[in-house]
Design a protein around this ligand. Structure first.
Ligand SMILES: [Zn+2]
Length: 379
């Protein structure tokens, strides 16, 4: 694994369009050296704030019938896509030979609308990472804590007096119930407040349906092993990449994750992660479709404190709860700069840490995918 040089940081971008262009250019260049490379794009029905087209772009590298596939997934949470996109473009820019019988599927911007509009959520305000429920059944997930806090989480206005009252309501709850219960109430997911934070929706989003289509198009459910790295940002220590595994405790998937990525792997279900346990995660959806062969981690890069994330998200959700959004106004731009900074601190130290850790985890995942199945099950 080569050390990160300053010129490597050019894989980071200022916005979705630039990220897409860099990714597609890197794919074109890689195709000059690699014979087994195929690009497939899935057009999104909406456009970005500058009327730019949106799409989820995929690159497949390696044999079509590879028994093991490593999937690199970016922008599940739109605005968090800067790090994952950079890691993907960096990977394409330094093509090494893959282990035998391994292919790589890169999914660039699974939530392109959120990436372009600098939001965590999709075009319908849904958190894709809370959207993987079976909506044909009555919802069993309840979050009464969010219900209690909903009007304070997304304030009716952003003036200082209103915010102070809302903050006091949140503080009272936090003091009464503790930090973990507060974080669960706020971020575990909710299904009743469409303009609220961490809203799981009432039906599969375009991004989820596109994921399902990609799983089908690339026959991922037929593989013997599918490793997935889902890139996220926004919680944890600045620049640190925490591999979070939401497979059931003690399952093969979590044992393999620990074998491949080491003891740094954390499990929200056991309370060892910076992340609390949540409803409707992508991990659960992929598990339901792929089963035992799946080894899914969310690679979460820390930025700034949780409370700062909350401020940025609350303002963004307030903005999008208004009937119309003028992208050019000072207020919109101020809110968007704040959310972008929280999820993408575009400083060279943060970028270097992200790239180095991404390369490390991708190398570990490829080695895990390349190991024979008997090696993998020697747990
Ligand atoms: Zn995220």
């Amino acid at each position: 694994m080569a050390p990160v040089s300053p010129s490597d940081l050019s894989c980071f971008s200022r916005d979705y369009s630039e990220a897409r262009e860099k990714f597609m250019t890197a794919a074109r260049k890689a195709s000059q050296h690699i014979p087994d490379i195929h690009v497939t794009s899935y057009a999104h029905p909406c456009s970005g704030p500058q009327l730019e087209p949106l799409a989820t772009d995929t690159v497949w590298i390696g044999p079509h019938n590879a028994p093991s596939v490593l999937v690199l997934l970016s922008a599940t949470h739109g605005v968090e896509g800067f790090s994952g996109s950079a890691a993907q473009t960096d990977f394409l820019s330094h093509p090494d030979a893959l282990p035998e019988a391994v292919a790589v599927l890169i999914i660039h911007a699974i939530n392109p609308h959120g990436f372009a509009w600098l939001r965590r959520v999709t075009e319908d305000g849904v958190d894709l990472n809370r959207n993987w429920l079976d909506f044909s059944l009555p919802l069993s997930e309840h979050n009464s804590g969010y219900d209690e806090l909903a009007d304070a989480i997304v304030p009716p206005a952003l003036d200082a007096v209103t915010l102070k009252l809302c903050d006091a309501h949140l503080s009272t709850y936090r003091t009464a119930h503790g930090d973990i219960a507060y974080e669960k109430a706020v971020s575990a997911g909710q299904f009743k407040h469409p303009t609220g934070l961490f809203y799981g929706g009432t039906a599969p989003t375009w991004s989820r349906l596109t994921c399902e289509r990609i799983i089908s198009d690339f026959k991922l459910a037929e593989r013997q092993r599918v490793a997935l790295i889902d890139f996220h940002t926004g919680i944890g220590p600045f620049g640190y990449g925490e591999p979070i595994c939401d497979h059931p405790p003690g399952s093969t998937g979590v044992k393999l994750a620990r074998q491949w990525y080491g003891d740094l792997v954390t499990e929200p279900a056991l309370g060892t992660s910076i992340s609390v346990a949540k409803f409707g995660l992508s991990d659960y959806g992929w598990q339901a479709l792929i089963g035992e062969p799946l080894v899914f981690i969310a690679l979460e890069f820390g930025t700034y404190p949780f409370d700062e994330m909350m401020q940025a998200l609350r303002a963004d959700h307030w903005l999008h709860a208004q009937s119309q959004i003028d992208w050019q106004t000072d207020q919109t731009q101020k809110i968007k700069q704040a959310i972008r900074k929280h999820f993408y601190p575009a400083t060279t130290d943060w970028q270097s840490m992200v790239l180095e850790r991404s390369r490390q985890c991708i190398t570990q995942a490829l080695a895990g995918c390349g190991a024979t199945l008997s090696d993998n099950f020697d747990l």
